[in-house]
Design a protein around this ligand. Structure first.
Ligand code: AGP
Length: 612
């Protein structure tokens, strides 16, 4: 999960590269660097810095480089410590490159290169590719053919963008697993290549997504795509259609919020409304779900695969779909799924849930399921990303670009999609269910907005609980995944131990942790499981745990039992999972701000985990 950007054109590109890297920083921020040449046979000059892009900007202020062709990279370290030696771009002889992904056979390549006298300076797998190109250039006439032949020696899922001192005005890029987009920008009078469209959104309103095993040659005036597996020649050129970008520049600034995460928490009413617009024909109020509905109708079972927050959405989806579609739904962590030898046949529907559409574990599990003959579908937030291009049907969320590493609006819109799918299937199957009608969904944005108005209360609660030794999040039924999500949010941005647990499991072990300095967050709407949850709460109270309760606004007995009470206006047991998520997000956010962590770019994390 690194960020890549390249430009070749007629304009000074240092700013293009650095601004693009800032938009890609969510993909990884251990170190960054750029390489630029003046396009006049002068060598590429490289500047790199440890840490975030600001450090690179300081290096460039101290020692600027000009030119109209260049590469940029922001890194999440996989091989080698996050220092300037291992930072990209890497130089090997006259070749300079940036890389995203993993070269799995790097050890054997390294040994062979060393045996042939290569002088390797970094600990990375990436640098090795530059040495392979240098060797090929001794035998091959064109730069792009040398890159192609070198790439064929690699195993693993990656994308690499390469330039060479001897071939000015040309960028060559190749990809297998991790994504790359290319675009010819009139505005910038040149071509861009990038890990994703976010990096170049201010220069273009359309991009072409490279497919796995594409090679692209970019020059100032155009780009041409070729298959890696054939000799590069005009008759082998591939024509790929461009994808219009439905983002606007405003999506990429904080709009006055202190952090992207808080902005995106507060964007949820809009994100839900936009997703409803995508999924419902307003005139007929019918859900646009035929494609995926047909797959579910044919399915004898559904296997949901996802990671992290998306997996929590899948757990909610299980409760909703089983209660209405009456088909068995399994939910797996994608990283576990592909190694458990799942039972799959042509009547199995594997449904991948992913904000980015690029998560390596989920992609790998999806490909394994396809190989075993399953039907496949996806719920995804990024058009043009890999997953929607590899499945039979996709339900897109319309949360807009999610910049904060901690997922918020993507999660609640994923749950909404499951709610809509459940409601659609209930009608399609004539299942008598308490699924709400479509008009109910149109109230959701207002209900979420009123939940957001609890922010000042939640901020105060985060102050009172700040010294907690840890956080235990408990709930039952379809709110148990929200307890897991609340704990993940707290962990990943506050760096504090937090654990989600089914409330009924408390007495089977975790209650041993309960003491005055352990904060127990409980989700307890007055639903069919309320009484059970209340008795779990009494157990916590009896042991002196600090209780933060989320319940119905007029539930005075719950309020009396709690140290801190967040009263919600739950409207329906189908939407309480979305509404209960809001205080979970806010509690983690305000705690992280008080802890002084980097809320939008927490340490060791990246937004899209494109390596396994
Ligand atoms: C969520 O806050 C985390 N950033 C992480 O768990 C994330 O949900 C996970 O990596 C899956 O990402 P995806 O939805 O893009 O597949």
């Amino acid at each position: 999960m690194c960020g890549i950007i390249g430009y070749v054109g007629k304009k000074e590109c240092s700013r293009f590269l650095v601004d693009g890297l800032k938009r890609l920083e969510y993909r990884g921020y251990d170190s960054s660097g750029i390489a630029i040449s003046r396009n006049d046979q002068s060598n590429f000059e490289v500047r790199k810095a440890e840490g975030k892009i600001e450090r690179l900007e300081i290096a460039l202020r101290n020692s600027p480089i000009q030119g109209a062709i260049g590469l940029g990279h922001t890194r999440w370290a996989t091989h080698g410590k996050p220092n300037t030696i291992n930072a990209h771009p890497h130089r090997a002889g006259t070749t300079v490159l940036v890389h995203n992904g993993i070269i799995e056979n790097f050890e054997s390549i390294r040994e062979e290169l060393l045996a042939r006298g290569a002088s390797i300076v970094s600990e990375t797998d990436s640098e090795l590719f530059g040495h392979l190109v240098e060797e090929e250039l001794k035998k091959t006439a064109t730069f792009e053919e040398a890159v192609r032949l070198s790439f064929l020696k690699l195993e693993g899922s990656c994308s690499i963008v390469v330039v060479n001192d001897r071939f000015p005005g040309k960028i060559v890029a190749v990809r297998t697993g991790t994504p790359l987009v290319v675009s010819r920008s009139q505005k910038a009078d040149g071509c861009f290549v990038a890990s994703d469209a976010q990096a170049i959104v201010e220069h273009t309103d359309e991009v072409t997504y490279l497919e796995p095993r594409d090679l692209v040659v970019c020059t100032q005036s155009e780009f041409k795509i070729f298959p890696i597996d054939k000799k590069i020649s005009p008759e082998n050129e591939i024509k790929r259609s461009a994808t219009k970008l439905d983002w606007k520049m405003a999506d990429f600034d904080k709009a006055g919020f202190p952090h992207f995460m808080l902005k995106e928490i507060h964007e949820q009413p809009r994100a839900i409304l936009d997703t409803l617009d995508l999924l419902i024909e307003r005139d007929t109020m019918r859900a646009r779900m035929e494609e995926i509905g047909a797959l579910v109708q044919r399915a004898s079972k559904i296997q949901i695969i996802a990671c992290g927050t998306a997996w929590h959405a899948g757990l909610v989806g299980k409760y909703l779909l089983e209660s209405v579609a009456r088909v068995p739904v399994e939910v797996d962590l994608a990283s576990e799924y592909r190694y458990r030898d799942p039972v799959i046949d042509e009547h199995t529907l594997v449904l991948a849930v992913s904000q980015s559409g690029e998560t390596a574990d989920t992609l790998a599990a999806l490909r394994e399921a396809k190989r075993k003959g399953a039907m496949t579908a996806a719920i995804c937030n990024v058009r043009g990303s890999s997953m929607p291009r590899e499945v039979a049907a996709t339900l897109f969320t319309a949360a807009g670009p999610e910049i904060g590493v901690a997922s918020t609006k993507a999660f609640t819109t994923q749950i909404l999609v499951f709610m809509m799918l459940g409601q659609f299937l209930a009608h399609a199957r004539g299942v008598k269910t308490k699924a709400p009608d479509v008009h109910f969904f149109l109230q959701l944005p207002h209900q979420v907005q009123s939940a957001l108005e609890l922010a000042p209360l939640v901020q105060k609660i985060s102050e009172s609980c700040l010294q907690s030794r840890g956080y235990l999040y408990i709930a039952r039924g379809r709110l148990f995944p929200i307890a897991l999500e609340g704990a993940l949010k707290m962990k990943e941005i506050s760096y504090v131990h937090a654990e989600g647990y089914p409330a009924g499991e408390l007495k089977h072990g975790p209650i041993a942790m309960v003491e005055s300095n352990m904060t127990v967050v409980v989700l307890a709407p007055r639903d069919e499981l309320y009484e059970k949850t209340m008795s779990n709460l009494q157990e916590v109270k009896a042991r002196g745990g600090r209780i933060v309760a989320v319940g119905d606004h007029d539930d005075f007995s719950l309020q009396k039992l709690s140290d801190h009470f967040i009263g919600m206006r739950f409207a329906h047991d189908w939407s309480d999972s979305i509404l209960a998520t809001i205080p979970m997000q806010l509690l983690a956010y305000y705690t992280a701000v008080l802890k002084g962590t980097d809320v939008d770019k927490p340490r060791n994390l990246a937004k899209s985990v494109t390596v396994e």
